[in-house]
Design a binder for this molecule. Structure first.
Ligand code: FES
Length: 460
């Protein structure tokens, strides 16, 4: 037996592995890929993470589990676990730390089931004015009479053809320039951000460029993959916010940042990793699905395209623009700006204005020269996501009074017309998603236990 790395086995999933001694059961569950609810961010105040430590030798699993193999009972557990249940081995997963081999049973109500995450985009009319535009140019190659450098030659062509002046160039794009120019006889397509900076150079004529608009919600993240030339949404992708494990609502995440020295970085890193997964998902969706088959001595992957369907076959490099919005806390955590003060009256954010940041500085894996535009924050918890609502719904153009309600874990309201708009925010998660309500839960499997169709009301 490895005393420093005891064995932990979770049931009913059967996931097992060794974890460092002193790890909490919840931390061990994360390490081993088991989802346990932790609505309060492991503060021992929600009681959602209850597990049972089994006692005895389990030959089939080759483990001897003992309740002595976790740290002693803590007073906070009393609030959620009765004396009787305590005797049966129930503990809070965030309180009990692993000291030796244990078999842990995760009851149904403590399992964080996979949520259905779906946020479809609807059609709205918008002016075609993307931040990244494509410019196709044909250049004359250098001669002894005209030995001008590649970049200056390109700038001259862009000025002569499109009137673009004073362009900067991203270093990655500059590195692409010499080979792109020579590959297709001095014909290139240039991607220019805000008509200010060249961010990508491709040989020949390229017709399309793509961008991703991302809404970072407290619980879910949705991405809308768009063709920036046609403004068509080609796919919608979504996922759970990986920060949920630090607590369900914004205050739990802020508290996590304040109580853990590297909490902010940890939450931001998790989010960036999640966003990269979302980008991967969007790009993968442009390729045919693949299936593993036995081919000769080895297994191999083969594509299974749907008949009659055209696949764009894009790569991460084809994502040339990203816009991001989220409530103020999500915004701050992603950018690693302390959300501490937005959590305290009078709730000032670190920054109001929108920010254009190089995607690579945030760790996002898209076209290397591309930017992420982070929408501005309004005030307090009314953040960039509400600005997204205002842009999409345009209540500031309406003669009539409008009320727009965005219900999420954190909810926002906008009331008004072209004369005046008032925004406010509130936590809706406790009411709608079960945070801090003993019998509440999210829209996860089990939320609807059964459906009964009443024959009299359903007929005719
Ligand atoms: S009590 Fe353990 S996560 Fe809330």
């Amino acid at each position: 037996m490895d005393k420093d790395r005891p064995m932990v086995i979770f049931q009913p999933s059967g996931r097992r592995g060794r974890v460092p001694r002193g790890t909490t059961i919840i931390e061990a569950s994360r390490l081993l890929g088991v989802d346990i609810e932790s609505l309060c961010g492991e503060k021992k105040v929600c009681g959602k993470c209850i597990v049972r430590i089994e006692e005895g030798h389990f030959a089939k699993l080759d483990v001897t589990s003992s309740r002595e193999n976790v740290t002693p009972w803590q007073k906070e557990e009393k609030r959620f676990i009765t004396k009787e249940k305590k005797g049966e081995g129930y503990r809070l997963g965030c309180a009990a730390r692993v000291q030796g081999d244990v078999l842990v049973f995760v009851p149904e109500e403590s399992r964080a089931g996979k949520q259905v995450v779906s946020k479809a985009a609807r059609d709205i009319r918008i002016k075609h004015d993307p931040a990244v535009r494509l410019y196709y140019v044909e250049l004359d190659g250098p001669t002894f009479k005209d030995p001008l450098g590649d970049f200056e030659r390109l700038c001259k062509a862009l000025k002569d053809t499109y009137g673009l002046e004073n362009l900067k160039v991203d270093l990655h794009a500059l590195r692409q320039l010499p080979s792109a120019l020579r590959k297709e006889e001095w014909k290139v397509t240039v991607s220019v951000w805000m008509d200010k900076e060249i961010i990508r150079i491709r040989p020949g004529r390229a017709e399309d460029c793509y961008g991703l608009a991302i809404d970072v919600g407290t619980t879910t993240i949705a991405g809308y993959f768009c063709n920036l030339q046609t403004m068509e949404v080609i796919d919608t992708v979504s996922m759970m916010n990986p920060q949920c494990k630090y607590g369900e609502d914004v205050m739990s995440r802020i508290t996590y940042h304040m109580s853990e020295p590297d909490g902010l970085k940890r939450m931001s890193d998790d989010l960036v990793e999640g966003l990269n997964g979302l980008i991967e998902q969007a790009v993968k969706g442009t390729h045919p699905p693949r299936k593993k088959v036995k081919g000769g001595p080895e297994e191999e992957w083969v594509e299974e395209p749907e008949e009659g369907r055209h696949y764009l076959r894009l790569s991460r490099d084809d994502v040339e623009d990203v816009t991001l919005c989220g409530n103020t806390a999500m915004h701050h955590i992603l950018l690693q700006l302390t959300p501490q003060y937005v959590g305290l009256a009078p709730f000032p954010p670190v920054v109001h204005q929108g920010l254009g940041i190089k995607a690579r500085d945030l760790g996002l894996k898209v076209s290397p020269g591309s930017y992420v535009y982070v929408l501005p924050n309004e005030a307090g918890f009314v953040g960039a996501d509400n600005v997204g609502v205002l842009i999409a719904e345009e209540p500031y153009k309406s003669d009539e009074m409008q009320l727009i309600i965005d219900i999420g874990t954190n909810g926002e309201l906008v009331l008004g017309s072209r004369d005046k708009l008032i925004s406010s925010s509130c936590a809706t998660g406790p009411a709608l998603e079960g945070a801090q309500i003993q019998f509440g839960m999210r829209a996860a499997p089990g939320a609807i236990e059964r459906i009964k169709i009443e024959p009299r009301s359903s007929s005719g």
